[in-house]
Write a protein that binds this ligand. Structure first.
Ligand code: FAD
Length: 466
């Protein structure tokens, strides 16, 4: 049995590890386009900031660790074409020669690539690139290019185009590096994955840390700045019909990702949401003996059905399912809730489930109530307020979503996980108060903050019914 995984990041490596774990005689080959298998690209901002002191420390496992599990790594090797009927994979080796390898089962984990928005000067003839200080950020190669600009050109300032979670993490990282950061976001508020009320709190934190934030501002053109300007690069943008211009020494374009599906699509795989590879819960593509997982595939959302939700947590789970099923297993990916958290300087924002507008669009009758509570008893030093937004269904009382914002030491991540577990198990908002959660004054309250948020929602529902 020869299993071949294409892609050496979260999905491909998870699949390979699971297969080797279940069957130590399985012949598992992982084909990786670059030389950085199993690197935590989620950690890139913390290497750029200097908190992670060497890029090698971003490896979840070293090449030696991976090989010790018994898998074969084919690094700097690109999969070019899948011959589905012949169960063969066409490769290009590091030195450029072609090679054909046979497989019994194939797992595609080609992931995602950065979206390149239509900005003059980013693509096409005369485009500016990493050597000019204009960057995207997804791979270790992109990271090295950013670090080269930082180390060789000593930039004093940066413009970040995009204020999603990667853009925010990079605003934090580049500020830590001493760069003056301007952040452009075309939407009305930063971090559109949470409601604008929490996005405004995120924006306030950015401003407090010295980041200049321009929302409702769409970048149109990147060019070289004229001599004597305050930076080497100029970004022209449009806001409310007017043109604004900013200059900086480094420009980072982080406006999301799209699934990398060329290989799968050319082999005949069906595509679904946002052009991602269609898979069933067993991660089967529908092509004989071909599975797929991670950022290149559609994601089953437990409340919404098919979506595209590229996240490292999901890629790990889907990869594990694909690895097991490639060996003939019957594992299912049971679905995501889009649970995520991001640290922005001294604060953190998190969400799980649905925001109000998503719940309404999905046919629920949502009510969202914002409230606040302390992370632990206020009389014990160092307590922080947590702002919560609880979304529940008025008809059934079911918890549909939760969003949290608060200090980075207020356990925002673990608190959102309470809500994620509750939604996963179809709990009502009211039932959250029944959960037996821990308490000691320096670390919590007799009513955990999330339970207080749930009670605020309940009170509002009761008063609306009166
Ligand atoms: C800066 C940053 C921060 C992030 N932070 C978080 C976070 O905090 N939490 C979270 O959940 N997620 C986070 N993510 C998202 C997370 O990293 C991705 O969801 C995850 O890496 C997806 O894994 P993947 O294996 O599906 O794809 P990718 O990581 O995109 O990897 C694809 C792999 O396929 C290889 N490949 C592609 N084409 C070929 C080919 N033809 N032949 C051979 N190999 C090929 C690539 O070299 C790579 O190894 C972050 C992403 C970035 C960029």
């Amino acid at each position: 049995m020869h299993l071949v995984m294409i892609g050496g990041s979260d999905a491909g490596i998870s699949a390979a590890l699971r297969a080797r774990e279940l069957d130590s005689s399985a012949d598992v080959t992982v084909v990786v386009a670059d030389a950085y298998p199993n690197f935590s690209i989620c950690g890139i901002p913390y290497y750029v900031s200097g908190e992670v002191t060497h890029w090698r420390n971003l490896a979840h496992r070293t090449v030696a660790d991976l090989e010790a599990t018994g898998m074969t790594l084919r690094l700097d090797t690109t999969a070019r074409r899948i011959d589905v009927p012949g169960r063969k994979l066409h490769l290009t080796r590091p030195a450029g020669e072609d090679e054909l390898i046979r497989y019994d089962k194939l797992v595609i984990g080609t992931g995602a690539v950065p979206v390149r928005p239509p900005i003059d000067g980013l693509d096409g003839r005369g485009a500016l690139g990493p050597e000019d200080g204009v960057h995207v950020l997804h791979t270790m190669g992109d990271t090295f290019a950013v670090m080269r600009t930082i180390e060789e050109a000593s930039p004093a300032s940066a413009i970040i185009i995009g204020a999603g979670y990667v853009g925010l993490e990079m605003a934090d990282a580049l500020t830590a590096r001493g760069l003056a950061v301007t952040q452009l976001e075309q939407l009305p508020e930063v971090l559109a994955t949470v409601d604008a009320e929490l996005g405004a709190l995120v924006r306030a934190e950015l401003a407090a840390q010295g980041v200049q934030v321009l929302t409702g501002t769409t970048a149109r053109r990147i060019s070289r700045a004229s001599a004597g300007a305050a930076g080497r690069l100029r970004v022209e943008a449009v806001t409310a019909g007017a043109t604004v211009e900013r200059t900086a020494d480094l420009v980072l374009v982080v406006t999301g990702v799209r699934p990398d599906t060329e290989l799968a699509a050319s082999a005949g795989a069906r595509l679904g949401a946002r052009g991602a590879i269609q898979v069933d819960p067993a991660m089967q593509t529908g092509l004989p003996d071909v599975l797929a997982a991670g950022d290149c595939v559609v994601t089953h959302h437990r409340l919404l059905g098919e979506t595209y939700l590229p996240l490292g947590t999901t890629a790990h789970k889907q990869g594990r399912v694909a690895g097991e099923n490639a060996l003939g297993g019957r594992r299912r990916f049971v679905g995501s809730l889009g649970t995520q958290v991001v640290k922005i300087f001294d604060q953190a924002a998190a969400r799980t489930g649905l925001r109000h507008d998503e719940a309404a669009a999905a046919g629920f009758d949502p009510l969202t109530i914002q409230s606040a509570a302390n992370d632990h008893k206020a009389y014990y030093p160092g307590s922080h307020r947590i702002t919560m937004r609880v979304t529940g269904d008025r008809r059934t009382g079911r918890l549909l979503g939760m969003q949290l914002f608060g200090h980075k030491h207020a356990e925002i991540a673990k608190r959102i996980d309470i809500a994620a577990a509750a939604i996963f198990n179809n709990m009502t908002v009211e039932a959250i108060s029944d959960l037996d959660l821990s308490y000691t004054p320096p670390l919590g309250s007799p009513w955990e903050a999330v339970q207080m948020g749930a009670q605020a929602w309940d009170r509002e529902v009761q008063s609306l019914r009166r």
